[in-house]
Ligand binder design. Structure first.
Ligand code: SUD
Ligand code: ADP
Length: 434
């Protein structure tokens, strides 16, 4: 028997990078959103007798994807079998449709899909908290795919909180040919943040900050990853997560070796931590009941997922959603877009290092955004780099606006895909392919 799982992608609606932690990872506050674009992961598995060693094999249609123990699916399956004390023969096939190194979390989603496929094949399910813990070990972006929908990510991105969902929203994903390495993008950010010249958009964050020691008194090694990894208790509130991620205990345990601290004074600034905490609180405040959210006071004016579009109209009426819901969706999305610090609004910090290195990506963001000029089609509600890139996305009020944006990007010679965001219920309903 085989199980085929849709391995969906994500975008980062906003992403703020914080200080380097004791384990070398960066603190993050990000709002993930799953998308309909997906790979297919097929798993077949059979138990082996007692004493046998597990055997994993992997195939894929994309030669850039490793087919050995470096593959995220392999890591996930190996860990899950180990945790269960089971031996099995497992064959995984990854049909790649998503860009590799695109910032869409494709490899991370593959790992989550492999776990779900394995569980179904063997007829077991790990407890929820255990799954999230294993997923976080495989990669910072893996746990979000065990929730789906709109997800707040804290810690190094692996502490995940399900947020109230925005109904499906039209989305265009631009897929430039350039690949961006995530570790390199973080290193570039470190160089920028610790350099003499602070980016103008972050002045006041890194420019004049005084360094504060995050090292516990007397601790010279400063390396205690076990204290700062892990996952909040299931059902914990985002606010509890924020406290855990940024509270005094976390700072005490988020130790940096003293030498690194000296070298990275700007990174450990109080304002940098404050900024991350403020942004997390702003994101988390969106978890208030939908009716309590405020938009721009002009509900219904921008019409996110308005039902003028035949296909989407069909989809929505099939699911019993009402037009009134669309107005609330618009309010929630506009509130999110305005979330941020100062007058910067929603943002992805990686743009500050990735755009200077790849100026063509800034240009693609402009095309996704649109300038509203006559004949060019509608503008985006929001457009940004996803994760560390190189994929970028735009969110649109209607299919017509999205199609116009797709055309603008394609005419400039860049591949552009039309899709929608994928709320949590749809994410799970459509997860297992026939
Ligand atoms: C930046 C983000 C934002 O969504 O996405 P992508 O652009 O990769 O999609 C993620 O945090 C990426 O998560 P993921 O791709 O799972 O990264 P991991 O395997 O955990 O880490 C890869 C490397 O990135 C760096 N890293 C990652 C996460 C983090 N919070 N701080 C880091 O410094 C580390 O150097 C790490 O070794
Ligand atoms: N299952 C997988 N699918 C894709 N890439 C994988 C996988 N496992 C490991 N990798 C490696 O991880 C790197 C990042 O992959 P990917 O998830 O596509 O990027 P991003 O995190 O930017 O979305 C790739 O360069 C690839 O070598």
């Amino acid at each position: 028997m085989t199980t085929t799982v849709r391995s969906y992608s994500k975008i980062n609606l906003g992403l703020a990078i914080g200080p380097v932690r004791g384990d070398g990872f960066h603190g993050l506050a990000t709002m993930y959103q799953t998308l309909g674009l997906h790979d297919l992961v097929t798993v077949s598995a059979r138990m082996l007798g007692a004493g046998a060693a597990s055997r994993i094999s992997l195939t894929t249609n994309d030669k850039r994807v490793p087919v050995d123990a470096r593959n995220t699916c392999w890591k996930m399956v190996e860990r899950a079998l180990g945790r269960l004390g089971l031996a099995a023969e497992v064959a995984i096939h990854i049909e790649k449709r998503l860009p590799v190194q695109g910032g869409m979390g494709a490899g991370s989603a593959n790992a989550a899909a492999a776990l779900l496929g394995l569980e179904r094949e063997l007829g077991f399910a790990l407890p929820g908290a255990e799954r999230l813990r294993l997923a976080g070990e495989v990669g910072s972006d893996v746990p979000l795919f065990l929730l789906g929908g709109a997800v707040l990510g804290l810690g190094r991105g692996e502490m995940v909180f399900a947020m109230p969902d925005f109904p499906r929203t039209w989305c265009v994903v631009a897929v430039p040919e350039v690949g961006v390495s995530t570790p390199q993008a973080f290193r570039d950010w470190d160089a920028l943040a610790s350099g003499a010249k602070a980016p103008s958009s972050h002045s006041g964050v890194y420019g004049t900050a005084e360094a504060v020691p995050l090292t516990a008194p007397g601790d010279e090694s400063g390396f205690q990853p076990s204290e700062i990894s892990g996952h909040p208790e299931p059902g914990a509130s985002p606010q509890a997560g924020i406290k855990r991620a940024f509270g005094p205990e976390s700072l005490a345990s988020s130790t940096l070796p003293r030498a690194a601290l000296r070298e990275n004074r700007g990174l450990t600034s109080v304002p940098a931590v404050d900024r991350l905490e403020m942004l997390s609180l702003a994101y988390a405040s969106l978890s208030a009941p939908v009716g309590a959210r405020t938009g721009d006071g002009k509900a219904g004016t921008s019409g996110i997922v308005r039902v003028e579009v035949p296909d989407l109209k069909q989809v929505e009426s099939d699911r019993g959603q009402t037009t009134a819901m669309n107005d609330l969706a618009e309010d929630a999305l506009l509130a999110l877009v305005r979330t941020g610090i100062g007058n910067r609004g929603l943002q992805n910090d990686f743009e500050d290092v990735v755009f200077p290195k790849h100026p063509s990506l800034r240009q693609i963001k402009r095309q996704l955004m649109g300038d509203g000029s006559a004949g060019s089609g509608g503008t985006a509600v929001y457009a940004a780099l996803s994760g560390s890139g190189s994929a970028l996305f735009g969110l649109y009020r209607s299919e017509a606006d999205a199609v116009a944006a797709q055309r603008r990007v394609q005419e400039s010679g860049c591949k552009a895909l039309l899709t929608t965001t994928l709320p949590r219920t749809d994410y799970w309903r459509e997860m297992f392919a026939e």
